[in-house]
Design a protein around this ligand. Structure first.
Ligand code: AMP
Length: 254
């Protein structure tokens, strides 16, 4: 079973981004970039499926600027076998990414595509769902457990435990299928230096959106980006009676 894992290069989750003075977006010049954390979980899950003998090949794919090669190298250091960069300097919105991934899926014919549930930069939570619609494949989002039935060559179904509001939901999908990862699916392994060195020898193909016949022109326009409103300072009340009084009469929440 071939597994495709889309990985996005995003601002590292430890970086506190600043809004640009013209409010057109956030300033990402000279900030540390990393693989989207949910995508690291996706790569780890694919590698575990391969180690368990369920997956035969893992292909990582990233859409974006040339530096996304670093993200793909990290994916290959975790255990992806090869990778594809769909290189463009254009701003990519989820629908454009989904179309690019569909074109790659049509060529690669994977049986399973594991994406992150959302990218931590745009927080869109759309790409996996749009890709499932474009491919007309079943999807299971917010996975906290993935079990593939059958052996390497012919794995007909995947059982996915999903994190939903009321608890956990278990669904069974026919393959090919789309899965998106939630935080509790696994804990990604550390990337070791020997594996980074080995990843340098793995294949990294480069294609352009035009090679795939995909128009990536943005459909959405960002009107304004602003900082969230600052929170008012808290106060210390002398006793419980004052607290209850304030909650009742000032905040009016009880
Ligand atoms: P989003 O819909 O933007 O929140 O992203 C959800 C998931 O889609 C991410 O976790 C990635 O797995 C995938 N994805 C989004 N953008 C890209 C991209 N530019 N390149 C590769 N994968 C992407």
């Amino acid at each position: 079973m071939k597994v495709l894992v889309p990985v996005k290069r995003v601002v590292d989750y430890n970086v506190k981004v600043r809004v640009k003075s013209d409010q057109s977006g956030v300033d990402i010049a000279n900030v540390k970039m990393s693989m989207n954390p949910f995508d690291e979980i996706a790569v780890e899950e694919a590698v575990r499926l391969k180690e368990a003998g369920k997956a035969t090949e893992i292909v990582a794919v990233s859409c974006g600027v040339l530096q996304s090669q670093e993200t793909l190298r990290t994916a290959m250091a975790i255990g992806a076998d090869r990778s594809i960069l769909v290189e463009t300097d254009a701003e990519l919105q989820p629908l454009a990414v989904a179309k690019l991934l569909k074109a790659i899926a049509d060529k690669e014919q994977p049986q399973l595509i594991i994406l992150g549930k959302q990218a931590i930069d745009d927080d869109a939570n759309q790409t996996g769902q749009m890709l499932a619609a474009l491919l007309d494949w079943p999807q299971a989002t917010y996975a906290s457990k993935v079990e593939v039935d059958g052996d390497k060559a012919d794995a007909p179904r995947v059982k996915v435990t999903r994190e939903v509001d009321g608890g956990l939901e278990v669904v069974s999908l026919t393959l090919p299928a789309i899965v998106t990862t939630d935080l509790r699916l696994n804990e990604p392994r550390y990337v070791t230096l020997p594996n980074i060195m080995k990843a340098k020898k793995k294949t990294l193909d480069n294609v352009k959106p035009a090679d795939l016949g995909v128009d990536v022109t943005p459909r959405l326009k960002t009107l304004k980006v602003s900082e969230p409103a600052g929170r008012a300072a808290g106060i210390i009340v002398p006793d419980v009676a004052t607290l209850v009084d304030k909650l009742k009469n000032e905040a009016k929440v009880i």
